[in-house]
Design a protein around this ligand. Structure first.
Ligand code: BGP
Length: 477
């Protein structure tokens, strides 16, 4: 394996408050949109309910109880050698309704304890300010991000946490996978951030007009917050966060290539072009026209976008897809983004595993932006078996090593890659399916979809594999 990871490369993992904290109704926390989702399975998709019914909402509510077990969990991550932990702050712990007059002190104090614990272990926190959730009240009262009022409320939330954690957190990401909304991916998640419908997630719809408008509000909010941070906290490093769904043209038919170019722009470049370069890209006008979108842009919005460009680029990377001008056979899990690639294997959930694609993606991103990059999510969701107190997850180790190798190659190619945070280093609740069964962790959590389990933590074989990789700064794998 190439041994070219730079000194000081960050190795770690990534989590999200709504998927692992639990303690959804303690210490003054308000309900978030995620608390209104039912649990789900592959066969029984999640629903959004207006009234919270705790009996149907497992496992989200409990998560893996990081809220009470954070010391043990952070110690386990430190034992693996983590130098970075990406986590999100639950907006409804800080502002239970989102528009409250004052922040909730107990919520602020929780993250003080978490960041102090990270610091004690030499782990740098990277904070996602908004990871697929917000106070449910904002959806009910304002229609979520469909409303411009959210921009100001989000700014207020950011100002409060910047002020509070200025000495503890340097690395900030504004919105998790901001491009997922316009994609139509994670449609339940993005829909729920726009309006609080009730019913099966699959039946929820929002128009492209609503999505692009809501996304515009998020882009403006992000830029305003980035500019504010640069002005008030010069030591902060502000980043964007995109889902990078690399796609290939199915054949060398120029029509396929054109279709793939359009897909790459819409899915992977549209948001980051704004957040890195500070303006809507040249292809945006035609994209809006074709999508029937008439964006309402207020005076000052474009200036805001120009003044709030990010310092570094981050993305999640899980899979690649295939695009053609005609219909293709779909995988069950690629979120409608493309077709089956015969050269690739798939996870149990139908995500196509493509480490070489990660190298391709990192090169494309760096060629385009020339700013430091982080891979802040990557990983393999799998069903793990505990046998005699051990989890032999060779499949996860193999996935990990191949992706680390691909990153090393990208670094050799000249990409300025600064860190890697594996998704869900401790098993947590799946965002798309609401299952506990879809596990990503190096640490197993004894928690199951039917609510049973002790919450006890267990080191999987991959725990030791990642430990070795980190110890050798990526050389040993
Ligand atoms: C990303 C999200 C995460 C995470 C991950 C894995 O899109 O940012 O929140 O959950 O995907 O997805 P899933 O949990 O659906 O397997």
């Amino acid at each position: 394996m190439a041994t070219t990871f730079p000194e000081g490369f960050f190795w770690g993992g990534a989590t999200a408050a709504n998927q692992f904290e639990g303690a959804w109704n303690v210490d003054g926390r308000g309900a978030s949109v995620d608390d209104h989702f039912t649990g789900g399975t592959v066969d029984r998709p999640r629903e959004i309910t207006r009234a919270i019914d705790p009996d149907r909402l497992y496992p989200n509510h409990d998560g893996i109880d990081f809220y009470h077990r954070y010391e043990e969990d952070i110690a386990l991550l430190a034992e693996m050698g983590f130098s970075m932990l990406r986590l999100s702050i639950s907006w409804s712990r800080i502002y239970p309704n989102g528009d409250d007059a004052e922040p909730n002190e107990a919520g602020l104090a929780f993250y003080d304890r978490v960041f102090d614990c990270c610091q004690a272990h030499g782990i740098e926190p990277m904070v996602t300010i908004s990871h697929y959730e917000m106070p449910y009240h904002l959806v009910e009262k304002y229609n979520g991000w469909a409303s411009r009022e959210l921009i100001g409320l989000f700014e207020r939330f950011c100002h409060a946490i910047f002020e509070r954690y200025q000495d503890k957190v340097q690395w900030w990401l504004t919105f998790n996978e901001i491009n997922a909304g316009a994609l139509g991916m994670g449609s339940m998640l993005s829909t729920s951030l726009i309006q609080g419908f009730e019913g099966p997630a699959s039946a929820l719809t929002t128009t492209l007009q609503e999505r692009y408008q809501a996304l515009h509000h998020q882009l403006v909010a992000s830029a305003r917050v980035v500019r504010y941070a640069h002005e008030h906290y010069p030591c902060f490093k502000m980043g964007d966060m995109n889902i990078f769904a690399l796609s290939y043209a199915a054949t060398c038919d120029p029509a396929d290539e054109l279709a793939n170019q359009a897909m790459m722009r819409r899915v992977n470049w549209y948001c980051s072009d704004v957040q890195v370069r500070g303006a809507y890209p040249s292809y945006a006008r035609r994209l809006w026209e074709r999508s029937g979108v008439d964006l309402s842009i207020e005076p000052g919005d474009l200036d805001d976008l120009g003044a709030g460009t990010v310092d570094f680029y981050t993305c999640s990377y899980y899979m690649s897809n295939v695009i053609a001008a005609h219909e293709l056979e779909q995988t069950k899990g690629n979120m409608g983004l493309g077709g089956v690639n015969p050269y690739l294997e798939q996870t149990e959930w139908g995500w196509q595993i493509d480490p070489v694609g990660l190298r391709v993606a990192l090169n494309q991103i760096y060629d385009r932006y020339q700013i430091p990059l982080f891979v802040v999510e990557n990983g393999m969701g799998a069903h793990d078996e505990v046998v005699d107190g051990r989890v032999h997850d060779d499949y996860r180790i193999s996935y990990l090593k191949k992706h680390v190798r691909a990153m090393a190659e990208a670094v050799d190619d000249g990409v300025d890659l600064r860190g890697y945070t594996w998704w869900g280093p401790i098993d947590l609740v799946s965002a798309s399916t609401g299952e506990m069964r879809k596990r990503y962790g190096f640490v197993y959590v004894d928690k199951h979809d039917d609510g049973s389990g002790t919450n006890e933590r267990l080191r999987k074989d991959s725990f030791y594999a990642y430990q070795k990789i980190i110890e050798s700064n990526g050389a040993e794998g």
